[in-house]
Design a protein. Structure first.
Lengths: 93, 113
């Protein structure tokens, strides 16, 4: 499923809302999560999961093709942990 | 005032569904009730797609994928007793390059990820 299909599904269930508004709703949700992570905040969505960021130390990487050493600088990586309810639902079938 | 802000320790806060609801309420002018219903609906659609084992790809945000784990032998770390871990399905989130750049304070066009 891609974003446009997600929007379509929500539209089908809410015929009174314009498609462009549903697009705005989905984008608002994703933007809020992105902004929170960019601030270093955590996003906790009960039943679904939690987004957070993790610090990655600087390290010396290697170009697998040439074997050359490359410096990889310290960075922040987005991380998602699946919520309990969703984890259980994935295994119900 | 600016000095004070910088001097404060960086405290990370938690954003919840209520914050997403407020953002939609403010931006779209829908009722709070309807905004709350829509947040739930979006998360539910994504969850349902995943329980159908269909991956969800949200451009410029990331991809939610379902992975199959085969059976393995686990061990109770306290008692040392071996227990089989049944095959199961797990979900992983792969952040897009845009999201990775954003959390590192970069514009998504600057690349490097």
């Amino acid at each position: 499923m891609i974003k446009s299909e997600l929007v379509k599904q929500i539209c089908n269930r809410n015929p009174h809302i314009y498609q462009r508004d549903v697009e705005k709703i989905v984008n608002t949700i994703l933007d809020e999560i992105t902004d929170a992570l960019a601030r270093g905040d955590r996003v906790e969505l009960r039943g679904f999961g939690a987004f957070s960021v993790k610090q990655r130390n600087a390290r010396i990487g290697r170009n697998p093709k040439t074997g050359e050493n490359v410096d990889v600088s310290k960075k922040v990586a987005p991380y998602f942990k699946t919520g309990k309810e969703l984890r259980d639902r994935l295994n119900q079938a | 005032m600016l000095d004070k802000k910088i001097a404060e320790p960086q405290v990370s806060e938690t954003v919840t569904k209520a914050d997403l609801v407020r953002a939609i309420f403010l931006k779209l002018g829908l009722s709070r009730r309807e905004s709350a219903d829509l947040v739930e609906m979006v998360l539910e659609e994504i969850s349902q797609s995943l329980t159908r084992q269909e991956n969800v790809k949200l451009s410029s945000f990331g991809t939610f994928e379902v992975r199959h784990k085969s059976q393995r032998i686990g061990r109770n770390p306290k008692t040392g007793i071996e227990v089989p871990i049944r095959p199961r399905r797990v979900m992983v989130f792969k952040p897009s390059n845009v999201l990775k750049a954003r959390v590192n304070g970069l514009d998504h066009r600057s690349g490097g990820f």
